[in-house]
Design a protein around this ligand. Sequence first.
Ligand code: BYC
Length: 318
Amino acid sequence: MELSLEQKFQDKIDRDERIEPRDWMPDSYRKTLVRQISQHAHSELVGMLPEGNWISRAPSLRRKLGLMAKVQDEAGHGLYLYSAAETLGVERDTMFDQLHTGKAKYSSIFNYPTLTWADIGAIGWLVDGAAIMNQVPLCRCSYGPYARAMVRVCKEESFHQRQGFEIMLTLCNGTPEQKAMAQDALNRWWWPSLMMFGPNDAESPNTKQSMAWNIKRFTNDELRQRFVDMSVPQAALLGINIPDADLKLDEETGKYSFGEINWDEFWQVVKGHGPCNKDRLAARVKAHEDGAWVREAAMAYAEKQEQKKLNTIAVKTA
Ligand code: BYC
């Protein structure tokens, strides 16, 4: 019996093989990937903003260079991810329009303010830490271009995470005021970092299908739990306290149980009503508009090169 295209596709997924851009795929698989990859790309771009505004205020030249390199890396991640999404047939300008008009989602985490230098440490340690936990499994995602992009992204993210932890360690080994600043940053970034993993599994409409397609390899709650288990000993090493009175080690499982996340806050932020949503979007739109001349110059240069090539061919064939 001839297998349907859908059956052949699912068999390939079940054999843990990669799907490539020219392979047949169900519309719903394509749509899910465009949704996830474009949201991920937007997160990288918007993610540059909370850190970018500390470049001019970094406490030393060395810190400034490190932070500048990190922010540039995030721009690169955005580019790999937009390119991966484009292989699914969606135009980059369409994705930008969706971001700039507020129709597209991006990670809730970037709608919180960066009030002190310690926030830059906390973002590297916790936000990049959460990003790696979520993204390492995506290196095994069934869609080839996304999985391959994630390999490089994860290498760079793990460097960012170490850089952030080192900033926290320096502050925690510094003056009492510096240690207090690190504690304050942990207090403000802990819960939003847990929210990055998305709603609880019971409230996550996309997880089941994304796992059946090998896009996601673990559920939101599984990854969140791993993140908590990884971070608790790191906070102990820093000598600062995780702001959760319900955090408790289960001796039998070796896992930490933790308090209830404020899901109302999460959905408010996702729906555009977080502390910085409006500022982030305005800054992003301004950056896009200010960069118009660069895109125009690049297009003019590409057209000139193309014309030169055509002229050379014309001369050769004359
Ligand atoms: N913020 O059914 P669910 C980074 C949405 S790290 C906003 O569980 P899914 C970086 C979700 O989109 C951050 N929205 O969805 C780090 C869905 O809405 P739609 C980016 C969220 O897709 C350092 C609805 O809630 N990382 O880039 O199965 C520096 C229901 O959720 C959030 C990625 O994007 C949230 N936190 O799972 C710079 C990783 N959580 O689309 C940059 C790739 C959920 O149905 N993405 N929503 O309207 C993923 O792994 C998955 O998409 C998620 C959500 C785990 C995030």
